[in-house]
Design a protein around this ligand. Structure first.
Ligand code: PMP
Length: 406
């Protein structure tokens, strides 16, 4: 990227903070990204000038808020290249999006004895909802294994399909290993068996251009807060043909067409899946976040982060006794590692005191930790504003804390 430092200081006020007397080096972007000023301003403007409930009010503010909320739906549609704007459903985040699909899809399509395929590297958000759905429906999960490098075994994947397979749920990018999974190829295999695919895009949308039609995902889920937008808002993209067939997830206002005491008919898409008052200001903030990413350019963001990831892997390899967890070729901006026998929590705590924010633990992927026989990892994850200086600071700090470990 030409000048990431400009973006860093001008657009993301929180990055100007100090912690424990040190410049904040924020390397926990896979957990949540920081927000550009334009997103913060958008939220503030909404509550200062526009706050009102949408779709039902017969007054000026309600009409304008509705128009702007629906305009963001169109913006999201274009951002991920969905065929129709009514295939974009606003939710609270990836977790709610996946729970919506797991609950609603399974009621309609999954019966006793059926099977759902997941991978061994799923975030708990793309595993537990399927365990719950399978338990409810009397179905079972099949799991795609992965190699020591963190690469899915695609032969094993192809071998899991049978006439009882009803859905594949796979993460686009692993939040622990950084692996970018070949979701389009996996969707082709699934579709050759007539099986739809849900892709967890939580760690992808802010880091690469995502085209749901090119992937041919049947469902694609993501969170606003991991893409420079507000917390509390996310997206469930679903193909019209499935969304029309699936029952509502929650009942309440907005999702109905007609209600009597005996019977209710449901609203059209996408409103059938948006019961109750949505997070209007946060949806507008998500629109501002998309504008921000488009203004930088997804290709530039991807190139910048690919360069940083290469640089980080090279520089971190200099640290004595450092072991990477996840070394798949072409991995995304997530670097997990362990230092000697030190507990990741101790490493994280010492780094924190030097102003470096990383994540430690199992990262909501306990089966991945079990796969490697480790309690957790230290994870550094990058974003558009991350610089080589940030990575240098991490490496210097690791050298500095080395005598305190073990
Ligand atoms: N899937 C993946 C791959 C993630 O990294 C996360 C967030 N850590 C989630 C799902 C859940 O996202 P959220 O907490 O925003 O619902």
């Amino acid at each position: 990227m030409d000048n990431p430092t400009t973006l860093n200081t001008d657009n993301f006020p929180i990055l100007g903070r100090e912690v424990y007397g040190h410049r904040l080096v924020y390397l926990d972007n896979a957990a949540t990204t920081q927000k550009p000023q334009a997103v913060i301003d958008c939220l503030c403007d909404y509550y200062t000038t526009l706050n009102s409930n949408i779709h039902r009010g017969a007054h000026y503010l309600a009409a304008e808020a509705t128009e702007r909320y629906e305009a963001v739906r169109g913006k999201v549609q274009r951002f991920v290249n969905a065929r129709h704007s009514h295939e974009i459903v606003f939710t609270r985040g990836t977790t709610e999006s996946i729970n919506l699909v797991a609950s609603s899809f399974s009621q309609r399509y999954i019966k006793a004895g059926d099977e759902v395929i997941v991978t061994g590297m799923e975030h708990h958000s793309n595993l537990v909802p399927w365990q719950l759905a399978c338990e409810r429906q009397g179905a079972r999960l099949r799991v795609v294994p992965f190699s020591d490098e963190g690469v899915l075994d695609l032969d094993a994947y192809a071998g899991l399909f049978n006439e009882r397979t009803r859905l594949v749920a796979v993460t686009h990018v692993s939040n622990t290993l950084g692996t970018v999974n070949p979701v389009a190829a996996m969707a082709r295999v699934a579709h050759s068996h007539g099986v739809p695919v849900l892709v967890d895009g939580a760690q992808a949308v802010a880091h690469m251009r995502v085209d749901v039609q090119a992937i041919d995902a049947d469902f694609y889920c993501f969170s606003g807060h991991k893409m420079y937008g507000p917390m509390g808002v996310g997206v469930m993209y679903g193909k019209e043909q499935y969304l029309n067939e699936m029952p509502p997830y929650q009942g309440g206002g907005e999702m109905i067409r007609d209600v009597t005491l005996e019977r209710t008919t449901y609203n059209d898409l996408p409103f059938k899946f948006e019961a109750g008052t949505p997070a209007v200001g946060d949806v507008l903030g998500l629109g501002a976040a998309i504008d921000f990413m488009e203004s930088v350019g997804m290709e530039r963001i991807a190139a910048h982060e690919a360069d940083l990831t290469r640089y980080a892997m090279e520089r971190l390899a200099e640290v004595e006794d450092l072991r990477f967890i996840g070394t798949a070729p072409g991995k995304a901006a997530v670097v997990s590692f362990l230092v000697g026998n030190a507990h990741p929590y101790d490493v994280g705590t010492l780094l924190d005191k030097l102003g470096i924010a990383v994540r430690t633990g199992h990262h909501c992927t306990q089966p991945v930790m079990d796969r490697y026989g480790i309690p957790g990892t230290v994870r550094a994850s990058f974003a558009v504003y991350t610089t080589r200086e940030d990575i240098d600071a991490l490496v210097t700090a690791l050298h500095r804390i080395a005598p305190m470990l073990n």
